[in-house]
Ligand binder design. Structure first.
Ligand code: ATP
Ligand code: MG
Length: 422
């Protein structure tokens, strides 16, 4: 071990486990790429104001969790704590919304940073794959995103997840509800910090995990009872579309999210095998965000799924992904002449698109075969002086243990055929 360790709240992705992370990212992205979402990549940091305004001053993310810093040049930046504000900023800056092609549908994958108390499933550096559909108000778009996340989780083999669904109302009906909720909350016996929250973000109080708070919340006014007709109708359409597509969800009238910008459709994917860090992903509609960051009115909807927690969910369900072996052919040269010949053959295989690796460091047969085994390769190719003198190499099927001699000139073509059939 070196003197250094990964910083607190972070961890490294190392082989072989890292292959699962790549596969999870891929599984989440695949349905998006197949549904008209284009790839977007934004910087790992932004002007701190983008998040302060976009995510909301009163949120935990901006209040406590953001890695904000001043550069040598005096710019106030922050490592990105989430993706939506950045992606919307980028779409506006790139004028994607002016192409006459709304909604602008984008997907992304990357690292996010939050100064949190580290625990299982909660890290200071974590990874999300997300999707945003910018510039359209259509319940089918909300439904599409939920369906695509559901599809991604199912493609991974996950079963023990649930979709929680709620509507947060819009700028007509939410303020009325907010005032009613504040009235109710002010009559409760709450600590100072929670009382402050009543003023700045009362809906978050509903989300308080403490039993003594939850007990007092019985009888609190519910947003559901305050939704205006337009919001009610919109929400009903989202629900009908999901049901018609066979996607099961649970109505959760108390569901709120950690970000201030959400309106109307709000949802969370929770996994029951994860203990207290049970949210594997979440999202919703954010019709006012564009204007909050200085853009035109662009009603939008999106989600972000946590890659780290999705991997934990796979573990919780005992799912091992069926990943193809990284290496198909492993070459074991015995002697200098064999090194030259097999190195050339490995290059040829790779150029033909076959995953091949080579025994480096002049190992003997036993050590090299151990490496061949570990590589997961289906075939090992072994050659020594005597084989080459006869113009052949030995091809060993690592599954059956069978071995056959193949002519040096033919063996790349033969392997191609065999691997096609395997
Ligand atoms: P939580 O309530 O668990 O703090 P959140 O509401 O802050 O979650 P979002 O901002 O909606 O989470 O992010 C979407 C997803 O990203 C989460 O569902 C989770 O899977 C993942 N995520 C968020 N914060 C972390 C973290 N600190 N470590 C690992 N994954 C995270
Ligand atoms: Mg959080």
């Amino acid at each position: 071990m070196s003197t250094f360790k990964a910083p607190k709240g972070t961890y490294d992705l190392l082989p072989p486990d890292s292959a699962t992370y790549l596969a999870v990212r891929d599984a989440i992205a695949t349905p998006l790429r197949n549904s008209g979402y284009g790839y977007v990549e934004t910087p790992g940091f932004e002007n701190v104001e983008l998040f302060a305004r976009g995510v909301g001053e009163s949120t935990d993310i901006v209040n406590k969790e953001m890695y904000a810093f001043t550069t040598r040049g005096g710019d106030q930046l922050a490592l990105r704590p989430e993706g939506t504000a950045s992606v919307l900023r980028a779409a506006l800056e790139g004028n994607l919304h002016k192409s006459g092609n709304l909604p602008v549908k984008l997907w992304y994958s990357g690292s996010y940073y939050r100064y949190e108390r580290p625990q299982k499933g909660r890290y200071r550096h974590f990874s999300q794959v997300g999707a945003e559909a910018i510039g359209a108000e259509d319940p089918a778009l909300d439904a599409e995103l939920i369906i695509l996340a559901d599809q991604a989780y199912r493609a991974l083999g996950l079963k023990e997840f649930r979709i929680l669904l709620n509507s947060l109302g819009d700028k007509e009906c939410r303020p009325v509800y907010r005032a009613a909720l504040q009235d109710f909350l002010r009559g409760l016996d709450l600590d100072e910090e929670t009382r402050r929250r009543i003023d700045i973000n009362p809906l978050r109080v509903l989300d308080d995990k403490r039993a003594e708070v939850q007990k007092q919340l019985v009888g609190a006014p519910m947003l559901r009872d305050y939704l205006c007709d337009a919001c009610k109708d919109y929400h009903e359409q989202v629900r009908e579309l999901l049901t018609a597509q066979g996607v099961r969800y649970e109505d959760d009238p108390k569901l709120v999210r950690g970000l201030d910008y959400y309106t109307r459709t709000t949802f969370e994917f929770v996994h029951d095998g994860l203990g207290s860090q049970s949210a594997v992903g979440g999202g919703g509609r954010y019709d006012g965000l564009s204007e909050m960051i200085g853009g035109p009115a662009l009603p939008s909807v999106g989600w972000a799924l946590g890659v780290d927690r999705t991997v934990l969910a796979l573990q919780a369900e005992g799912i091992t992904l069926d990943l193809p072996a990284a290496t198909s052919v492993f070459a074991v040269p015995l002697g200098d002449e064999a090194r030259r010949v097999l190195f050339a053959k490995v290059t040829e295989l790779r150029r033909a698109g076959i995953a091949a690796d080579f025994s480096y460091g002049g190992k003997g047969l036993k050590g090299a075969m151990k490496n061949a085994n570990r590589s997961g390769a289906r075939y090992a190719v072994v050659a020594g002086e005597r084989d080459l003198a006869e113009g052949v190499v030995q091809l060993k099927d690592m599954e059956s243990g069978e071995q056959e001699a193949l002519a040096v000139e033919e063996f790349v073509a033969v392997l191609k055929e065999k691997l096609k059939r395997a």
